[in-house]
Design a protein around this ligand. Structure first.
Ligand code: 2AM
Ligand code: CA
Ligand code: CA
Ligand code: CA
Length: 281
């Protein structure tokens, strides 16, 4: 059985409290921030709000669980090589908090109300708590391994579509436009004619929460990092859905090319991406 607390301190309660506080602060900074610059490429933005939110989250987690390790996006040098190294180094930790302080920075910068805070806790490499908070809609998504997933206290269930042709599918345009975008566009091209429609809303964590809540039938994106998807993956599996890589291999913290769905459409979805040679780069 999974242990969800040490002493009187409950992991999930800390994750919820921390995500809520960070999300409220992020929302208060909407349209009121500076020091915007690009990180790895011209498409890769960061603001003082990303950094401030991560600092707040680290402080809160460290206060409650000083022995736990934290992997946060803004604590890692930009680019895929550095993030892979950081994840490899962190993977041996017994308790590892995996944090994206602001998922959907581009949306935040433009005032497009679709961004989130994503906090997951992995125990020996397996995600046991996942929390995603959407401050603009005040929607808090919470999952505990083996205990189900909830939005605003209400149990979530994935959608019921059985075919891609009845499905609403989301994707993300990769930050690495040179390398990954052509691959992604082959998938978009192949799926556009097969699905009910496609959406690209700009937060991987929130897209995954929407799959868990049954608002999207599925989502895929290539070139992501553990902090984008760790919480969302548990939300989906605890809502009855399926999470793999784009080839259909089981989810782990190492998966960068994510494919998730209500389960029913999963094989058809993955097969289309494989056929379009759109599973990675
Ligand atoms: P972010 O807003 O936290 O950076 C949108 O397609 C998704 O891609 C978002 O979840 C976004 O997360 C992520 N993303 C943006 N820039 C990225 C980069 N340079 N590398 C990997 N993922 C990135
Ligand atoms: Ca970022
Ligand atoms: Ca992110
Ligand atoms: Ca981020």
């Amino acid at each position: 059985t999974t242990v969800f607390s040490v002493g009187s301190k409950n992991f999930t309660a800390v994750a919820i409290n921390t995500a809520s506080k960070a999300g409220e602060w992020i929302q208060s900074k909407l349209g009121d921030f500076n020091s915007l610059h690009t990180k790895y490429s011209m498409h890769d933005l960061v603001t003082e709000v990303d950094k401030g939110a991560e600092k707040m989250i680290r402080n809160l987690i460290q206060t409650h669980f000083p022995t736990h390790a934290i992997l946060g996006e803004e604590g890692v040098e930009p680019g895929p090589a550095a993030s892979q190294k950081a994840l490899d180094e962190a993977s041996h930790e017994e308790y590892l908090w995996i944090v994206d302080p602001l998922d959907g920075t581009t949306n935040f910068v433009h005032g497009f109300p679709f961004f989130s805070v994503s906090i997951a806790l992995a125990y020996k490499g397996e995600v046991i708590v996942g929390v995603v908070y959407d401050p603009m809609h005040d929607e808090l998504y919470v999952a505990e391994k083996g205990k189900g997933a909830y939005v605003k206290g209400k149990r979530m269930k994935v959608s019921l579509e059985q075919k891609l042709s009845d499905s609403l599918i989301a994707t993300g345009f990769p930050a690495d436009r040179q390398m990954a975008l052509p691959t992604n566009m082959r998938g978009v091209q192949a799926l556009t004619t097969k699905v009910r429609n496609l959406r690209v809303a700009g937060s991987a964590a929130l897209h995954m929460a929407y799959v868990a809540a049954g608002r999207l039938s599925g989502f895929w994106e290539i070139g992501l990092n553990a902090w984008d998807v760790a919480a969302g993956a548990l939300l989906i599996s605890e809502s009855g859905g399926k999470v793999t890589d784009t080839l259909g291999n089981p989810y782990s913290l190492q998966v960068r090319n994510i494919l998730c769905s209500n389960g029913q459409i999963h094989d058809e979805f993955s097969a289309e991406l494989v056929a379009a040679e759109a599973t990675g780069f």
